[in-house]
Design a protein. Sequence first.
Length: 293
Amino acid sequence: MTNPTPRLLPARLPLHLPDAAVAYAAAGVAVFPCVPGGKRPLTEHGFHDAATDLDRVGAWWRKHPEANIGIPTGHGVDVIDVDVHATGTGFPVLRTLQQENLIAGWGRAVRSPSGGLHLYYPSSPEGEARSWSRGRAHVDFRGTGGYIIAPPSIVNTEFGQRRYEVIARGRNPRPVDSAAIRDLLTQTPAPRTTPSADGPGRGGSVEGLVEWVGTLTEGNRNAGLFWAACRLAEAGLSDGDSYALFEPAASRTGLEAREIASAIQSAHRTTALNSDAAASEPIVGRAFAGMRR
């Protein structure tokens, strides 16, 4: 027996906040009110108070008709949150995640008021996936222990009031592998010797990276190799040169050739995308265009 398509958001979503809150609840999506124009919960216990009871939800929004709509994540809905800040954007990383086939299966795509992106997924029935944040990558995961502000909520920004908007619907939603994304974005501790400012090959820096990769243990091998390959990419080496240097050491740790090649290619793509981010076209339009279904 196949599972029905998860209801990540109501099929039709009114723009009037009280009506939208009731629509969520009627669709089986628990909601709770947040301050008008902001993200702070209005209820005593925050997202723990979220409900699908129509009487309760209706009472909340009769009392606070301008309240934004919060949805607790991790129990039916998970969200990949791509941020846009003055300090950077997560869209270059998102492109890499798309190329690595790590973000397929989203059911709804929502543009956030800052110009960022929320990708909605059904939660995995096999176990909880806890929320995590990777600030330097500007990509977060909203799972167990978190919540998201949902459309058509409005928040105050430096450019005025902006609304959360559904911009695309996916096909065949399925859970996202948040652990694989987290591991890819997690920088492992730096080895004792790293590439010097004078470039690779001087002062034993490349040799130190290769030696360190050979010491990686299961659970850290892919992330460690990715980190080391990023350092060589930043120093100007090609992915072919990185593979030739790292393959013997990475093989000794138990990684297969395809895993080694994939990690190194991903590292070089990520480094190139990050270096080109400032010259990218308008963020949502370009980065999301390739993911429309």
